[in-house]
Ligand binder design. Structure first.
Ligand code: ATP
Length: 220
């Protein structure tokens, strides 16, 4: 198969609190781009996440850190819409917006770590996500994608939707794929805890993001 023209191949969509963005996130996005032959990856920091406590850093700070972290990768872009919306972020609403923006045929691939995937049944209108996009799940240390351990509805979804990665190029959405990444047991929670304890953050996240955290006195 010839590579798709830029702007027409599958677009990865990677949402998260990114409080702050770290090398686990960036490696997931880069691995997905390569393993799933995505055209680009759009990183979408959440505004006010409905599923969890308020982030430690403001939306504009998390957006600024995502921009700093991705500035050197031409295949990554940062979407400010959820932060700028100043209201609760729901992935289904973002997918509706992106479908309207990008047209009905472009493959969209929602990228999730296993922990996020396991929480899917708590998301608003979660069964409709596949009407708008594919879902690609990356492994994450400490979590397993074992259908025997999943809520039955999620296990049924895995059985019905699971497909090989090349399917992503042939349809705008509807399939579930898995991909392996080098396990990196980095979490934003651990980074915030280290920062509050005055410990080094070096090599856990990009240096410009560490500088931003220190200049703006975040997570103290
Ligand atoms: P927190 O510790 O604050 O919960 P987090 O590090 O889990 O944050 P999120 O912004 O909640 O980061 O995660 C966004 C997405 O990135 C989720 O799909 C999550 O599964 C994935 N993710 C985060 N860290 C990793 C990692 N180290 N390896 C693989 N996936 C990850």
């Amino acid at each position: 198969m010839n590579p798709p023209e830029p702007g027409h191949g599958p677009l990865g969509l990677f949402g998260g609190t990114f409080d702050p963005i770290h090398h686990g996130h960036l490696r997931l996005a880069e691995t997905a781009r390569e393993a799933l032959t995505l055209d680009r990856v759009r990183i979408i920091p959440a505004g006010q996440p409905p599923h969890r406590a308020a982030p430690g850093a403001s939306g504009p700070d998390r957006l600024a850190m995502a921009r700093l972290a991705t500035a050197d990768n031409p295949a990554f872009e940062v979407d400010p819409a959820e932060v700028e919306a100043l209201q609760a972020s729901f992935t289904i609403v973002t997918l509706e917006r992106l479908r309207a923006e990008l047209g009905p045929t472009r493959p969209l691939v929602l990228l999730l770590g296993v922990d996020a995937f396991l929480g899917l049944p708590t998301w608003r209108r979660w069964a409709e996500l596949f009407d708008f996009a594919h879902i690609a799940v990356a492994n994450r240390p400490g979590y397993s994608l074992d259908t025997a351990q999943m809520p039955p509805a999620l296990a049924r979804l895995c059985a019905a939707r699971q497909a090989p990665a090349h399917i992503l190029h042939g349809a705008p959405g509807g399939s579930l794929v898995q991909f392996d990444m080098t396990p990196l047991a980095i979490s934003a929670t651990d980074i915030r805890t280290r920062r509050a304890a005055g410990l080094s953050l070096r090599y856990l996240l990009p240096a410009p993001v560490i500088d931003y955290i220190s200049t703006h006195r975040l997570y103290l």
